[in-house]
Design a protein around this ligand. Structure first.
Ligand SMILES: Nc1ncnc2c1ncn2[C@@H]1O[C@H](COP(=O)(O)OP(=O)(O)OP(=O)(O)O)[C@@H](O)[C@H]1O
Ligand SMILES: [Mg+2]
Length: 240
């Protein structure tokens, strides 16, 4: 793989549930250390695209290349082992477990205690509040804090790429700002991110590149600022 090889290339994906195709010829590319944002109306197939990339759904046609290697149809745990982590929509944590136990679950692939400790240090440096709250049951934390646990858990494997489905959904304005700040900090720390967001304007503002999906198809793509300024994107997806 050369420096110019994209980290992720999803090419011409057609996928769906049962006999119904939801995605039609969808293609997505992510380069190392980019933030890529996907926006689009409810039901456009954004979450379905993520599920197809990480192996919860097998595409009917098309392929997924990660790090220059084909991962199409691999099981999600195999995909994770290769360094592609996924934070599903809905900030899912283990509510009866402490913050620390949640993070340790994220590193279940790691057998070496020293590497586990190093992963914890990296995650706590990014989310100091989780270090303070490491003994608190995750289920008793606020929505925004739980979202941080969910993201931090995914970082415990030190992934090369992390897919975040609606990281700011349902959070108060203060936490929405905090989450978007954290995404930028994560990029500065060397991570590569692709996110799906309802909060389209903010998602494009932090993005190097963005995609608009509609009715399961690629509708627009371009640099984040360029999409933000596009009159048609503004009118259709950014509320004027
Ligand atoms: N497990 C499933 N079985 C059948 N249909 C599904 C399933 N999951 C999603 N769909 C359908 O696929 C379409 C796309 O759903 P998807 O969740 O990918 O959209 P989305 O763009 O993520 O929407 P939202 O912004 O509301 O999260 C919808 O019509 C949805 O009803
Ligand atoms: Mg969704």
């Amino acid at each position: 793989m050369t420096a110019a090889t994209p980290l992720l290339m999803a090419e011409h994906l057609t996928a769906g549930y049962g006999r119904f195709d939801i995605l039609h010829d969808v293609s997505l590319t992510v380069h190392v250390n980019e933030i890529v944002s996907i926006i689009g109306p409810n039901g456009a197939g954004k979450s379905t695209a993520f599920k197809t990339v990480v192996g919860f759904l097998a595409p009917r046609t098309g392929r997924v290349l990660f790090n220059g290697e084909e991962i199409t149809g691999l099981r999600p745990d195999r995909v994770l082992r290769r360094g592609l982590a996924y934070v599903p929509q809905g900030r899912i944590v283990f509510p009866q477990m402490t913050v620390l136990e949640n993070l340790q679950m994220g590193a279940y692939l790691e057998r070496d205690p020293a590497r586990m400790a190093a992963a914890l240090d990296r995650v706590y440096a990014l989310f100091p509040v989780l270090a303070e709250r490491r003994k608190q049951n995750a289920g008793t934390m606020s929505g925004g804090e739980q979202q941080m646990v969910a993201i931090a858990r995914a970082l415990m494997t030190t992934p090369r790429l992390i897919l975040l489905d609606e990281p700011s959904l349902g959070l108060s304005p203060k936490f929405v700002t905090l989450i978007f700040d954290k995404l930028q900090e994560m990029r500065q720390a060397g991570y590569t991110l692709m996110l799906v967001e309802q909060n389209a304007a903010r998602a494009l503002a932090v993005a190097d590149r963005g995609y608009v999906l509609e009715l399961g198809r690629n509708r627009f793509e371009g640099a984040g600022p360029q999409l933000l300024a596009d009159p048609e994107v503004k009118r259709l997806y950014l509320g004027g």
